[in-house]
Design a protein around this ligand. Sequence first.
Ligand code: 13P
Length: 258
Amino acid sequence: MLMNNTSKLIVGNWKMNTTLPEGSLLLSRIIKELTNFTYPELVICPPSTHLYAFSKELEKSKGPLNIELGAQNISEHEEGPYTGEISATMLHNIAKYVIVGHSERRKFFNESDAVDGKKLQTAIRHRLTPILCVGEDQQERSDGHAKQKVLDQLNTDLAHVTSQEIKDVIVAYEPVWSIGTGNFAKPAQVEEMVWLIHNNLIEQFGKMAGSKVRVLYGGSVDGENARNYLNIKGVDGLLVGGASLNYKQFAKIVRASA
Ligand code: 13P
């Protein structure tokens, strides 16, 4: 848990939604909705086709509301014959964050922990802040294997990260059964899992470094429940999917976190 800074990090993951014109409109509506609102760090992860235009747009509108950009994925490779992939270098100066190991990438694109571990390394090497997603699916929870699943993901994905590097990594706990389902995780379930993560990070990297890592929660977060999740001890912010595509909902979530 981030001990020396109480501000929460809100990240909007737009996934594969919006054309560039639609996305630009949504971004401008979010900015307008939060005019005069002071916020240290809000992150939007639009489709990669939007990043360059958004970075130019945000340069113009820098104010008390600080919006940073994140990519939804990167290649583990530096460059070369990897058709369709986006390298970390390509994100220089247009994104500060990158989501790694989202459950949709693990499920639909067969990303393994080993690959996600490499993506994490690549992001760190290029000074992109990785947001590593971990979480169990419904079957794993029903079978009583939720904790083991998350511990396995953390231990494998972070195996080659040093205690110097871990401070710049963010972990998001996203139970797969709650993503896009409206199947809300109970605060007690979230609290149990975020502390499992905090404790694992301290175990792997020591108290000094491990306790500096921010742990976010994600899964059916909306304007109504955001505050409840943010009030859970150990939750340092939110990773929002569907509700980040609705500027009024998203602004409500941001306001709840101030
Ligand atoms: P929802 O907020 O739509 O459940 O998605 C969460 C998520 O996957 C964010 O990365």
